[in-house]
Design a protein around this ligand. Structure first.
Ligand code: T46
Length: 134
């Protein structure tokens, strides 16, 4: 269920650089980039699923944890590397938590922001994926 991408880290004596190219380093066309920061340590973000959206989450500063739940299994991954992206496809409940104060979590998304793509209630998510799996 946890699928990560290891990106290139090009390092020299000046420092390091990580390039990410659509359809090469991530499996979709990138239509949107957003990032969350200044997140309160005790707060949980996410708590929703998407019907069609694909995303890759990269912790570019600090660290946080992500819970993935496909309605049957739950897994938690810690994101703490600038050269590793967590892929989250459709029909996957996600929760981001344990943010360090300095955490910046960047997200590459396959589509523009559309509230109609969100499932924000867990019981609705469980009903929705049952329908998708039939
Ligand atoms: C996701 C996780 C990983 C916009 O106007 N445009 C945007 O592109 C986004 C992402 C959000 N918003 C608005 C919608 C809400 O009024 O910003 C507000 C906060 O969004 P939300 O509560 O959905 O944020 P998170 O951190 O719970 O979830 C976000 C993404 O929304 C979601 O797609 O998978 O990060």
């Amino acid at each position: 269920m946890i699928k990560t991408f290891k990106f290139k880290k090009i390092a020299d004596d000046r420092g390091a650089l990580t390039p990410i190219e659509e359809l090469r380093d991530v499996p979709f066309t990138i239509k949107r980039v957003y990032y969350m920061y200044d997140t309160e340590v005790d707060f949980i973000r996410g708590r929703h699923a998407h019907k069609t959206l694909e995303q890759v989450l990269i912790c570019v500063h600090g660290n946080c944890k992500v819970l993935l739940d496909n309605g049957k299994n739950k897994e938690i991954i810690e994101l703490d590397r600038k050269d590793v992206g967590l892929y989250i496809g459709p029909n996957m409940w996600r929760e981001m938590f344990n943010f360090t104060k300095d955490c910046t979590l960047m997200v590459l998304a396959s589509d523009y922001y559309k509230e109609s793509d969100y499932i924000r209630k867990y019981d609705e998510f469980l009903r929705y994926i049952k329908g998708v799996q039939i």
